[in-house]
Design a protein around this ligand. Structure first.
Ligand SMILES: Nc1nc2c(ncn2[C@@H]2O[C@H](COP(=O)(O)OP(=O)(O)OP(=O)(O)O)[C@@H](O)[C@H]2O)c(=O)[nH]1
Length: 341
């Protein structure tokens, strides 16, 4: 069976915004998932969580400072290839506080490793320090705009509900269409970033350290999994008109972080199965074969924060085409630009 692509997620954010905390949260709350990490410094990463999962070899570190300055495309490719060949489910690159997120995104997108899947740029924002940091580092606004997902962290440190509301509104305004997830201690749901790994749960087994640590071992005051809220919507449809669907993709609403699934166009010459993967503004379609007995239809999962499920469903329904046989082949052009050759 062909190897699965490995999503590569970049976690960026100013110094102390909670990048390592979020990484440790992922490491401690993704049972059975093999996570590879690229970090600037091992010091604060929960190496125990990696070694429990037998993943110590999947950790790469840079000793010479800022990732985006220290690594070129070939260097990043070499690191990613080492990780993807280690049979991992997810790779997380933790940018140093000073790293320029745009350069890191470029490095990942430029990867020639066929197993690398762009998994998105997450920008961590310290809610308590946001306004002060922004005044000193105006580039923070740009970083927020660039992200595919903004995690507004440390809301517990903001003085009161009004202040929390104010900073959330400000970050939302700056982020524009990018979804913003308010949270504490980086506690985002791992499934927001990547798909659950099938078969990762053995039917019967002994309790591992992972099980024991699952209830948030990184802080004492966590009594439940207060995962940042997001919505998931599943849409099943028939054939989609390629032009209408391309227009939907181009104008997809703010808050939609990830889309994945199968798209059926049914247009003569293009009746294959198209697998869709979007993160933020990034879109990729892969043409493939249907399995024996597969129903020719579209099945999509949409994940986001602050999305309107009814409106999205209606928009996708409006893309449906009852007579795909009659659609001319030229109509495929707007979607073919997303198709990997
Ligand atoms: N109160 C509170 N503290 C937090 C939260 N998230 C992280 N912290 C603490 O903030 C400090 C910095 O968090 P880190 O995860 O190390 O931040 P970082 O972005 O990795 O820091 P650098 O690597 O120095 O850029 C640590 O002491 C964390 O325990 C939160 O939501 N609330």
């Amino acid at each position: 069976m062909a190897k699965r692509r490995v999503p590569v997620v970049i976690v960026a954010g100013f110094l102390g915004s909670g990048k390592t905390t979020l990484l440790n949260h992922l490491l401690s709350n993704t049972r059975g998932v093999r996570i590879g990490v690229v970090v600037n410094d091992f010091g604060s990463v929960n190496v125990d969580a990696l070694s429990v999962a037998g993943q110590v070899d999947s950790m790469l570190s840079l000793d010479n400072g800022c990732l985006c300055c220290a690594v070129d495309t070939a260097g990043m490719d070499a690191m990613l290839t080492k990780l993807t060949s280690a049979d991992l489910d997810l790779v997380v690159i933790e940018a140093s506080g000073l790293a320029e997120p745009r350069s890191l995104v470029r490095l990942v997108l430029a990867s020639t490793d066929p197993l690398v899947e762009y998994g998105g740029l997450i920008e961590l924002v310290d809610a308590a320090e946001f306004e002060t940091t922004r005044a000193r580092h105006p580039e923070l606004d740009e970083h927020v705009r660039l992200a595919d997902l903004v995690v507004l962290n440390k809301l517990d440190r903001v003085g009161g509900a009004d202040a929390a509301e104010r900073v959330t509104a400000l970050v939302r305004e700056l982020a524009g269409p990018t979804p913003v997830l308010p949270t504490e201690h980086g506690r985002i749901d791992p499934e927001l970033l990547f798909d659950p790994v099938r078969g990762s749960e053995p039917v019967a087994r002994q309790l591992s350290f992972d099980d024991l640590r699952e209830d948030c071992d990184t802080h004492d005051n966590c009594h439940e999994h207060a995962h940042a809220a997001y919505d998931t919507l599943t849409v099943t449809a028939g054939a989609l008109h390629p032009r209408r669907f391309a227009a939907f993709l181009e104008g997809r609403p703010g808050g939609l972080y990830r889309m994945k699934g199968t798209v059926y166009f049914g247009v003569p010459g293009h009746r294959q199965r198209f697998t869709l993967h979007t993160v933020g503004a990034y879109t990729r379609l892969v043409r493939g074969a249907w399995g024996a007995g597969d129903e020719r239809r579209t099945e999509l999962v949409l994940i986001g924060s602050g999305i309107d499920p009814h409106a999205l469903r209606a928009q996708l329904r409006a893309c449906e085409e009852p007579e795909p046989d009659a659609v001319d082949e030229q109509s495929m052009l707007p979607v073919l630009r997303y198709v990997e050759s």
